[in-house]
Design a protein around this ligand. Structure first.
Ligand SMILES: [Fe+2]
Ligand SMILES: [Fe+2]
Length: 321
């Protein structure tokens, strides 16, 4: 039985029923469909955070474009960073179908009110970081995002299909950078190992807090936005890394890591670090936002010119008609 308050909250039981039926039948919710407010809010938060992560994520790697060790590496890295910009654009567009504007989302980001993935608040001091990011960060992104291709909200799921294809390329290029370094000199092998040591734990944290501390997960799973729990996805990721680390000849920096009957046993993750970085006290939080803000301000003339050009074209079309 519903309480009176709950009944009042369901303004239109028919619409709620239609929504529930679509979700139960594994059908997609489209922008034209009625949806509960909480579903809409959850998606706006998740998709916009995802878009911000793609855009902020361009910075740690953009840092190495001018210093890539060869023309070929430079071309690949540029393409990769450009892909991330594209991911941001598809995702901002998907979020816009839910009734938030691109300007609002950008403003939330540069005001420091919106979150983005904490992983991008770590520095990239060596070339091997390009390898470790591709292998670990894009690798974790794939594990997270492949199930999102089936997310119940149509525009989000469809954006994820193309994004995942590109992420697979990113992961392979990172792996290949590490493989090349591991076949090089001792200094190069040390550099690769050091980068993996620094990125391994933060990449495990990308899946979010453990299931028993992730209160919103159950609702997202009931809405079929999320398909697997944080810990399930983390397990899958570790299972993917172990054989690849063997091929690379790289040691994953966890002495306790081993297969234990039916799951990967790992050391305790340092969630204090995660929460510190999440709340803005990571090594690069300030720099990342400052760069994004500066890029937005320096790009103001481009936006103004585009608006002026559109107005001019509209006037011309009017005069011709
Ligand atoms: Fe991406
Ligand atoms: Fe990527």
């Amino acid at each position: 039985m519903m309480t009176a308050a709950q009944l009042a909250a369901v303004e239109s039981p028919d619409e709620q029923q239609a929504f529930d039926a679509l979700i139960a039948a594994e059908q997609r919710i489209e922008p034209r469909d009625w949806m509960p407010d909480a579903y809409r809010r959850t998606l706006i938060r998740q998709i916009s955070q995802h878009a911000h992560s793609e855009i902020i994520g361009m910075q740690p790697e953009g840092n190495w474009i001018t210093r890539a060790p060869s023309l070929k590496r430079k071309a690949i890295l540029m393409a990769k960073v450009q892909d991330e910009a594209g991911h941001g654009l598809y995702l901002y567009s998907a979020a816009q179908t839910l009734g938030i504007t691109r300007d609002e989302m950008t403003q939330q980001l540069i005001d420091g009110k919106a979150k983005y993935s904490s992983i991008f608040n770590y520095p990239t001091p060596t070339w091997a970081d390009m390898g470790a990011i591709g292998w670990l960060v894009d690798g974790a992104a794939i594990c997270n995002q492949v199930p999102l291709c089936r997310a119940s909200y149509g525009p989000y799921g469809r954006a994820m299909v193309r994004i995942c294809k590109e992420e697979s390329f990113h992961q392979r290029q990172g792996f290949e950078i590490l493989l090349t370094l591991m076949q090089g000199t001792e200094a190069q092998r040390d550099m690769a190992q050091d980068a993996v040591n620094r990125w391994y734990w933060p990449s495990l944290m990308m899946f979010g807090p453990p299931d028993d501390e992730s209160p919103n997960s159950a609702q997202s799973m009931a809405w079929k936005i999320k398909r697997f729990s944080n810990d399930e996805l983390r397990q899958r990721f570790v299972g993917m890394l172990v054989p690849q680390a063997e091929i690379l000849g790289i040691t994953l920096p966890d002495p306790e890591l081993h297969w234990d009957e039916d799951h990967w046993h790992t050391s305790e993750i340092d969630w204090t670090e995660f929460h510190e970085v999440l709340s803005g006290r990571g090594p690069m939080n300030g720099t990342r936002l400052q760069n994004r803000r500066a890029a937005h301000e320096e790009g103001a003339w481009v936006r103004e010119a585009a608006v002026a050009y559109a107005a001019k074209q509209a006037k011309k079309a009017e005069a011709a008609a």
